[in-house]
Write a protein that binds this ligand. Structure first.
Ligand code: NAP
Ligand code: F7E
Length: 370
């Protein structure tokens, strides 16, 4: 492997991109990230890294071959982590073409840029693949040999990404591989994914800022891990002697209902689920007096998908044995607790900030402060 340690991360502003940047900087890498131009700068997750001498950002877009080519030729990375994607499964039903362009053809653009820049023998490529490939599952739990059955436009696009990586590995002998990662969450998770939606709502309801939470399928099952633990595995996959694909998961499965139960419990609210299907409700049976007996969770058809993946459960044996990775470093209960504790503080801080803003506006109006 090369002496130079230069990583290029697409999707650097995302949940995983931010943790991976921290991880690689700590390992002594020069880290380059690709960011998109937007009218509002949304770089909250990497703001603390900007200005560090080994951290560099470049404008580009996964839909724009020229920009990808330019960045790759300028940076000449020794490792590329292709994390950029339209990553929301439900949104992929509304924006299927964009999802295909970024999540499928985008992977091809990275592979071709590496070839065109003459880096095919010196640059290792990690592709962010997904348990969504198993979709309408044909086997439980799922491992590297389980057949794929993608069940959303997102999963179909990611399937192309998986196969094109395998194709370039075999056709051009490139070191490129896929991590088939099961759901991984954190306090940096996007707010419309189910876990973060729940932890934020639990914190807001506990602090009197929200009355109710509406969710979709409460019985959906996921294998949820902690994102901070999973980025280590992305790096380990690229340090393996041979390029191979790996399943990354905890090996434990929980329902959306269970996640909600634990999250609300951590926020000081005990829920009891009553009823079934669309009529199921989460009712408060213990906690703050004002909430007892109130329905805090209801089911809404708006959060159901045309086709949904409902039984994901990964078998991380290969990663454990071959990469020495520990899939149970952070337990399910610890993950829920990390997220809820973070969001309890965030909601409280947002409240204080809004009070300060309101008072400041009033003082400015009255001329108390100028
Ligand atoms: P995320 O938080 O949604 O981040 C996605 C990143 O991709 C963001 O930085 C986003 O930039 C960037 N991006 C989207 N479209 C782009 C485009 N056209 N050009 C350039 N950048 C673009 O996702 P994540 O949870 O960190 O996941 C990282 C990767 O792993 C994704 O590929 C996802 O599909 C895959 N994955 C995630 C999970 C999981 O459970 N988290 C599991 C399996 C696989 P903006 O900030 O500008 O939007
Ligand atoms: O849904 C159900 C929903 O949106 C999980 C992405 O990172 O992981 C993620 O995709 C489950 C689904 O994640 C709501 O129907 C119920 O069954 O949090 P999610 P996801 O679809 O699993 C995979 C591995 C990726 O690769 C993706 O990039 O929860 N669910 N009620 C809900 N989901 C949402 N979002 N909102 C609800 O109200």
């Amino acid at each position: 492997m090369s002496e130079r340690k230069v990583a290029l991360i697409t999707g650097v502003t995302g949940q995983d991109g931010s943790y991976l940047s921290e991880f690689l900087l700590a390992k002594g890498y020069a880290v380059h990230g690709i960011i998109r131009r937007s009218s509002v700068d949304y770089r909250e997750r990497i703001a603390h890294l900007e200005g560090q001498p080994n951290f560099h950002l470049h404008y580009g877009d996964m839909g724009d071959s020229m920009s990808i080519l330019q960045v790759v030729s300028k940076v000449r990375p020794t490792e590329i982590y292709n994390l950029a994607a339209q990553s929301h499964v439900q949104v992929s039903f509304d924006a299927p073409e964009f999802t295909a362009d970024v999540d499928a053809v985008g992977v091809l653009r990275i592979l071709e840029a590496v070839r065109m820049c003459g880096l095919k023998d010196s640059c290792r490529i990690y592709q962010a693949s997904t348990s969504e490939l198993y979709g309408k599952v044909e086997e439980v739990p799922q491992n590297e040999n389980t057949p794929f059955h993608p069940y959303s436009p997102y999963a179909v696009a990611k399937l192309y990404g998986f196969w094109i990586v395998k194709e370039y590995r075999e056709a051009y002998h490139m070191y490129c591989c896929s991590g088939i990662l099961f759901n991984h969450e954190s306090e940096r998770r996007g707010e419309t994914f189910v876990t973060r939606k729940i932890t934020l709502a639990a914190a807001r309801i506990a602090q009197g800022k929200q009355d109710k939470l509406y969710l979709g399928n409460l019985s959906s099952l996921r294998d949820w891990g902690y994102a901070k633990d999973y980025v280590e595995c992305m790096w380990l996959i690229l340090q393996n002697e041979k390029p191979e694909d790996f399943v990354i998961a905890t090996g434990e499965q929980h329902s959306v209902r269970e996640f909600a139960y634990h999250a609300f419990k951590t926020a000081g609210i005990e829920l009891e689920f009553r009823g079934e299907g669309m009529n199921e409700k989460g009712v408060c049976v213990a906690g703050p007096e004002r909430l007892i007996g109130k329905t805090l969770i209801e089911v809404s058809a708006d959060f159901y998908r045309p086709t949904d993946v409902v039984n994901l459960w990964g078998d991380p044996t290969k990663a454990k044995e071959q990469l020495g990775w520990n899939p149970t470093k952070t337990s399910f209960e610890q993950l829920v607790s990390i997220m809820v504790k973070h969001d309890m503080k965030k909601v409280a801080a947002d409240h204080v900030a809004s009070l300060v803003r309101t008072n400041l506006a009033e003082y400015l109006e009255k001329g108390v402060v100028k």
